[in-house]
Write a protein of this length. Structure first.
Lengths: 399, 289
């Protein structure tokens, strides 16, 4: 848990701190004993499938929900019992929630007027903010006269203009199409760096999280599985859930046989024994070894030899081969029911044509630094997660 | 053959015109007879055109008094019924409480019961509690039967209301009363206006219930009914025509309001998050919509 203390923080007091926060709805535990520290000016993402508690966590920071247990601190101050309208936070809603009866300008001015800011300053700041998002020209129009992307920018301006200590964003790009989402991701990141306030961003889109965040908390069934910067989340996941939710899950089940200092020797069901960072595992514990698809190298008897550094390898049979344009994706079945996805970049046409087809016996190899051991997220939990991920992906597809 | 085709092509149009004539003819007769110059006491046969009675529209003091009473009664009943009905609708849509379903059901009973039953029941109640009938009992009766209509109209408006707009207002620093004043009220206003117009029309028009509970107070419908025995003055037609024109204006206002409401409603997003089980308050609303 120590590693969760913000590394990016520039201040000793975290912008948002959650301590033992639990939220129940009837029998359903939405958020379970959550501890988080979010640094000043950090772009922090809560990532997870729907129902994992990320939105509930956001709503507790905003003041729309009160935790059953634990405390929420903003800039070191406990905000328990403080209603939403008195918290130094503002929210960008997934549905935008723009006031349909007010013009764009009046929407953005709403928060400042509630604070009793002088009219001249309201006008100046509203203009400044609408110019920042490139919508000053639409100031007198109604929200329903704007496109989805424009409405999204108005929602952002309406929140940011109040200069909150923390800006909360609840899947703000969820309803937009892919292309628009990509361009708004860049814009959001730019605005965040420009104004330097803390962003707490909720999404189920792993790519979005990896692109924008300083740090990501991967949530699952009300608990945080891992908190780390994007590179670490992707390269060194600590649980099977994180490994599976971020990218393709290439899991090889096994058991820890012995520990040597920081290293663990693990016997994999695929028939080999590997050594890797122990990641806090104990001798005899069940675990999985992960190697990302682009880190694997496929070789056959006739197809040259593996690169020099690839000192670990395992035998398998090719189940399928799919051409993806920039790469070819092979699925290789190992002993003990593990299926590994391999991405072979299509840099050389001859090399691509020499790739083994379905049914071929192959050898997968990798450099030892690219294999990581992850803790099992619990079998019962794992099946439920797959359903949740499936739902999340479906939602994403239909959005 | 040609004639059959001609009818076939215009069948719907012909039918529509006949229906319009059927529904509007009585009104046309009323308007026409406000310009009649009757020979005797009864304004039932066309004698000749005159604008005399429009000029002397307010010549019959009893009729003026009755009309004024009706307008006062309708205004008071409308204001009170709209406020109470809106509060009931808010409670029924927004809050979970014991007996909510029952209340939802009971609220429509005054709409569906025969007026003559309600009128008689109210009278026996007033007699039992020794309340002398008059303007106040009329007001109580009118509020009672218009409240259900207000509740039904406002409730449907609230069911389609996006609660996230209120959350957004709170998030931006508005307390509960400011949120209601600046967000909720402007957005349900079209519903309130429709409801108020409906309540006003119902009150102005009511005869049966009023007849039981009026005492010595005479409303416009009661005056007409009384006058029908002795001969209806042409001014009644003049007043009726004025009321009709007022209704047309009110209808245009309502239609424009509804258009505005539809425009507002069109921005309501339909996405469901699914990760916010914290909004059970809106569950009954979405279930019935």
């Amino acid at each position: 848990m120590e590693e969760q203390v913000s590394e990016v923080s520039t201040d000793t007091v975290p912008s948002v701190a959650l301590r033992g926060v639990t939220k129940r709805f009837g029998d359903f535990v939405a958020v379970d004993d959550l501890d988080l520290d979010i640094g000043q000016g950090e772009f922090f993402t809560l990532l997870g499938p729907s129902g994992c508690g990320k939105t509930t966590t956001l709503r507790m920071i905003a003041g729309f929900e009160e935790p059953n247990e634990g405390e929420v601190r903003i800039d070191g101050t406990d905000v328990a019992g403080l209603p939403a309208h008195r918290r130094p936070t503002n929210t960008v809603f997934q549905s935008y929630a723009l006031f349909p009866h007010l013009s764009v300008k009046d929407n953005v001015a709403y928060g400042l007027k509630r604070k009793g800011v002088a009219k001249g300053e309201v006008d100046r700041r509203v203009q400044e903010e609408l110019e920042r998002v490139g919508l000053w020209g639409e100031a007198n129009r109604r929200p329903n006269q704007l496109s989805g992307g424009q409405q999204q920018r108005v929602a952002l301006a309406r929140a940011v203009v109040n200069l909150p200590k923390v800006l909360l964003l609840d899947e703000p790009l969820g309803a937009l199409d892919l292309k628009l989402r990509k361009s708004l991701q860049v814009e959001l990141k730019r605005i965040q760096q420009e104004i330097g306030i803390t962003f707490v961003y909720v999404t189920h889109d792993q790519e979005e999280a990896l692109t924008m965040s300083d740090r990501i908390a991967v949530m699952n069934r009300g608990i945080v599985e891992q908190v780390a910067p994007p590179v670490e989340i992707y390269e060194r996941p600590t649980t099977t859930f994180v490994a599976g939710f971020i990218g393709v899950s290439n899991l090889m089940p096994g058991t820890v046989r012995s520990l040597h200092g920081e290293k663990a020797e693990v016997e994999l069901e695929a028939g080999i024994t590997v050594e890797a960072d122990s990641n806090g595992l104990a001798t005899g514990e069940r675990c999985h070894a992960v190697v990302r698809p682009e880190k694997l190298y496929v070789s056959t008897a006739g197809n040259g030899s593996a690169p020099a550094g690839n000192t670990q390898s395992v035998d398998g049979v090719v189940a399928s081969s799919v051409y993806l344009g920039t790469a070819t994706q092979l699925v290789v079945e190992l002993k003990g029911d593990a299926r590994m996805t391999v991405l072979c970049p299509n840099t050389d046409e001859a090399e691509r044509q020499s790739l083994p087809g379905g049914g071929a016996d192959v050898q997968l190899s990798w450099t030892p630094e690219h294999i990581h051991l992850v803790r099992e997220s619990g079998t019962e939990r794992a099946t439920a997660d797959h359903e949740a991920i499936g739902r999340a992906r479906q939602e994403e597809a239909s959005a | 053959m040609k004639a059959v085709n001609w009818i076939r092509e215009r069948g719907v149009m012909i039918f529509a015109i006949l229906v319009v004539i059927y529904t509007l003819l009585p009104i046309a007769v009323i308007i026409a007879f406000s310009f009649n110059d009757p020979a005797g006491k009864f304004n039932f046969t066309w004698q000749g055109f005159t604008t005399q009675y429009w000029g002397d529209a307010f010549a019959i003091s009893d009729l003026n008094k009755a009309m004024l009473t009706s307008l006062e009664l309708a205004a008071a009943a409308t204001i009170i019924a709209t406020i109470l009905g809106t509060m009931i609708a808010l409670a029924l849509v927004r809050y979970q409480f014991r007996g909510r379903r029952m209340a939802n059901l009971l609220i429509v009973i005054p709409m569906t019961s025969p007026e003559v039953v309600i009128g008689a029941a109210l009278l026996s109640m007033f007699v039992y509690f020794q309340v002398s009938t008059g303007f106040i009992t009329l007001l109580i009766a009118h509020i009672m039967f218009s409240i259900s209509f207000v509740v039904v109209v406002v409730r449907s408006r609230l069911i389609g209301f996006d609660r996230r707009l209120e959350e957004a207002a709170r998030d931006l620093g508005a307390d509960a009363s400011t949120t209601f004043r600046t967000v909720t009220l402007p957005l349900i206003a079209p519903g309130l206006i429709s409801a108020a117009l409906l309540a006003f029309a119902l009150s102005l028009d009511d005869f049966v219930i009023s007849n039981f509970n009026s005492g010595t107070t005479v409303t416009f419908p009661l005056y007409i009914f009384g006058a029908a025995q002795r001969g209806i003055p042409v001014q009644v037609n003049v007043f009726a025509t004025m009321l009709f024109m007022l209704t047309v204006v009110a209808m245009v206002v309502t239609v424009l309001q509804q258009r505005r409401a539809e425009k507002l409603a069109s921005v309501r997003p339909d996405q469901e998050d699914g990760t916010t089980p914290g909004l059970p308050a809106s569950a009954p609303a979405t279930a019935t919509s």
